[in-house]
Design a binder for this molecule. Structure first.
Ligand code: HH2
Length: 403
């Protein structure tokens, strides 16, 4: 018996470790690791000429490419392609495509970029009050200074209660706090900016000095974001991905990090009949466009985070698919934030009301963390910090969670 077994190799670190165990020369490790890691890269809307060349070149490189029948019977001008190969095959493919005609060099550049992005696991987020290392999934505590948030509405509407809960979450191990004063739950109405700021101001002014962790303001209104940044808040969490151009200007001028979240439609109506051609690809395209728009408007790309927006214009199946395929958002090359906490998809799976979603929220947080989330936005900080400490240990990540 040779004790054959299939190795679980997801990253270069996994491959290097496995090779070391069989005593491969350290110098050969990276080369073999490239042969040991398989990747599938999907391209959408590729012209038939480029798709034909890409298939040939990927086959020539030792890999393969999946293309639809429409490519060979000339019934389609554009097709989606899935390139299949090891990192070594992709390296050869990129070199060959660079020298080809038509849009082939652009395909080479995009494929090379997404593989490089996919490889990147950690980030250091530059912030006003010092850099924020993202080497293990960070816990962002949710503080809703609202009467009507879906899970904790009214609990922290009074400034003192909000401040106390904020400090409590820090004591429980929150790495960041996200403070919001308008519920964006399905069916909610907007809050006027004056009212939003009236709720936020007393809370932010105290927490900026006392929290000891970075603060983000959960708003899509430029006037609210500007005021919050003026009192010292560190970043902006915008559920509309800087839809308002004045928000782009505010973030650019203040040079702070911003979270770009995907939402289909508006909170009032977003859950009526959400539809996607292909949920992950559609959200990726949206986030790419919003990133490009922000960068064109002067925002530093190194300060952007991306969020697929669990529950914002998505069905149960959409939400589950986003979490299952969260790693695919690595292709954007930016830290991934995700907020499944207590949301209705958990209630739908477990058949539980909002106050009975702790276990589901923890499962979602751990799954998200193991599938590439850099920040998990949660209500139950103490429990999530514990659950993620275990996940860190299993995944071999640096500890240091939970003060
Ligand atoms: N979810 C909510 C609010 N803001 N921001 C980001 N980036 N990602 C999210 O998933 C997200 C978010 C909704 O949760 P909550 O704030 O608890 O509820 P409400 O909007 O009812 O206040």
């Amino acid at each position: 018996m040779f004790n054959a077994h299939v190795l679980a190799l997801a990253s270069e670190e996994d491959a290097a470790r496995a090779l070391e165990q069989v005593g491969v020369e350290p110098k050969g490790g990276p080369i073999l690791a490239r042969k040991g890691l398989f990747r599938a890269v999907k391209l959408q809307g590729v012209g038939y000429r480029e798709a034909t060349i890409a298939k040939q070149e990927m086959l020539g490189a030792g890999g393969d490419a999946a293309t639809p029948k429409g490519l060979v019977d000339f019934s389609r001008d554009e097709v989606d392609v899935i390139l299949l190969g090891t990192l070594l095959h992709f390296r050869r493919f990129v070199a060959k495509m660079r020298r080809q005609a038509f849009q082939c060099p652009a395909i080479a550049a995009e494929v090379e970029a997404v593989l490089e992005h996919d490889r990147r696991r950690t980030f250091i987020l530059p912030m006003r009050r010092g850099p924020l290392p993202m080497e293990r999934p960070l816990v962002m505590g949710v503080l809703n200074v609202t009467p009507d948030s879906f899970s904790d509405g009214g609990a922290h509407l009074a400034p003192d209660a909000a401040i106390q809960r904020g400090l409590e979450m820090v004591a429980e191990g929150a790495d960041l706090l996200d403070v919001g004063a308008e519920s964006t739950r399905p069916g909610s109405d907007p809050v006027p900016p004056q009212e939003e700021w009236r709720r936020l101001e007393p809370v932010l002014k105290v927490l900026v000095d006392r929290a000891g962790v970075p603060l983000s303001v959960d708003t899509y209104k430029p006037e609210t974001a500007a005021k919050a940044l003026d009192v010292g808040v560190d970043m902006v969490n915008d559920v509309t991905a800087l839809r308002d151009d004045r928000m782009v200007q505010t973030v650019a001028k203040q040079d702070v990090p911003a979270i770009l979240m995907h939402m289909q439609g508006e909170p009032k109506t977003m859950q009526r009949n959400p539809q996607y051609e292909e949920v992950v690809a559609d959200i990726l395209r949206f986030l790419r466009e919003r990133m490009a728009h922000a960068v064109e408007g002067g925002v530093d790309e190194e300060k952007l985070l991306v969020d697929p927006g669990i529950g914002f214009g998505k069905t149960l199946d959409h939400n589950l698919e986003i979490l299952r395929r969260l790693e695919e958002f690595r292709s954007l090359g930016r830290p991934i934030l995700v907020g499944p906490s207590r949301k209705s998809f958990i209630g739908a799976v477990l058949d539980t009301d909002v106050e009975q979603r702790l276990e589901g929220s923890l499962a979602a947080a751990v799954l998200a963390a193991s599938r590439g989330a850099h920040v998990v936005r949660v209500h139950d900080v103490r429990e999530t910090v514990r659950a993620l400490r275990l996940a860190d240990a299993v995944l071999g990540r640096p500890s240091g969670r939970g003060r």
